[in-house]
Ligand binder design. Structure first.
Ligand code: ADP
Ligand code: MG
Length: 322
């Protein structure tokens, strides 16, 4: 029976307000597609909190465990529950949606993740650390915890509440690769921050997939060092530094020589105003730029940072802000 039939039978559809839990789950469908998207949101929160060190632990491709720890500003005890509420954010006041300088601003990530997993939020701001646990619809009262300055978000059994979503996930190996890629992109964007990524699937203390020390110096030097750490010294020696300004746009970073190419477009990192982006226009422009010097089946390696005035950019175009 379709909607029209129902109408003719006099069963008028009724407008209902969705429960908070249902609304969160729908938002989660947009923001949290797979474990790597949860990690992206959590690491962005840690960056927004001013962390200088961010440690990520995963197990089974992030399906059973995701843990993100930072030494940032922390969350006060009275704000712990609020942080897990929809549309609660400390980052904007709702007046100016154009001049946004933080990664987050919608207040959707934590409640979305909590609605599809078991989430524990532990944080210390000042002298005491507290934790709250979100299980299905219930949120525990804050309990004292042991934690250094900063925040740890632990997410267990992602999508346990939405098994349909689990079916769409790839193998643990592929999900772990996607997670590693998210860390690479954010680490390239934030060279002054130290990052580790550890996989504990096989038990024990696990295996480090990434260990990136915080780079010091000005942005130019620290960025160059971080690029070499992530894309290899090899790449840095086979690339040209870009530093051009045109019509209010600035482009910086490294572009690989045509002789240093890859068989797939897997090592192309773009950033717009410090935010990692995936954009057809940018990858198309890149292909065009290399067209005369590279065979069709080869792909350049680049890490390019575009800066433009904030009023020429709309971060609201995409739910995941990519
Ligand atoms: P948003 O990032 O869009 O504000 P989130 O749901 O990701 O929304 O987070 C909600 C709020 O919780 C943030 O605005 C921030 O105040 C707080 N928060 C989340 N993660 C952290 C963190 N790692 N350190 C400090 N505060 C955090
Ligand atoms: Mg956020």
């Amino acid at each position: 029976m379709n909607a029209l039939d129902r109408n003719m039978m006099g069963e008028r559809p009724q407008i209902r307000r969705l429960s908070e839990a249902a609304a969160n789950r729908i938002a989660a469908g947009e923001v949290i597609e797979r474990p790597s998207s949860a990690i992206k949101e959590l690491v962005e929160n840690a960056i927004d909190a001013g962390a200088s060190q961010i440690d990520v632990t995963v197990a089974d491709g992030g399906k059973t465990l995701i843990q993100v720890s930072d030494n940032g500003c922390g969350i006060a005890k009275r704000d712990l529950a609020l942080a897990l509420e929809r549309h609660a954010t400390s980052k904007i006041d709702g007046q100016d949606l154009v001049n946004i300088h933080t990664f987050g601003f919608r207040g959707e990530a934590l409640p979305s993740i909590a609605s599809v997993a078991r989430l524990t939020l532990t944080s210390r701001m000042g002298a005491e650390a507290w934790l709250v646990e979100a299980r299905a619809r219930a949120l525990s009262a804050p309990r004292p915890a042991a934690h250094g300055q900063g925040t740890t978000v632990e997410v267990r059994d992602l999508f346990c509440a939405t098994p349909a979503r689990l079916k769409f996930l790839k193998t643990d190996r592929a999900e772990t690769q996607a997670i590693h890629d998210v860390i690479r992109r954010l680490a390239l964007a934030e060279p002054g921050t130290g990052f580790t990524l550890r996989d504990t699937s096989s038990g024990g203390t696990g295996r480090y997939l990434a260990r990136l020390a915080a780079e010091s110096g000005d942005l130019f030097d620290s960025r160059a060092a971080r690029i070499a750490q992530i894309l290899g010294q090899d790449f840095s020696q086979n690339a040209v530094a870009i530093d051009v300004e045109r019509e209010g746009l600035h482009l910086g970073g490294l572009a690989g020589l045509p002789t240093y190419s890859r068989g797939a477009a897997v090592a192309q990192y773009f950033f717009v105003n410090g935010r990692p982006v995936r954009d057809k226009l940018l990858s198309g422009a890149l292909r065009a730029a290399y067209m005369d010097v590279m065979p069709r089946d080869r792909h350049p390696v680049v890490a390019l940072f575009l800066n433009c005035p904030v009023d020429r950019l709309d971060v609201n175009v995409h739910p995941a802000k990519t």
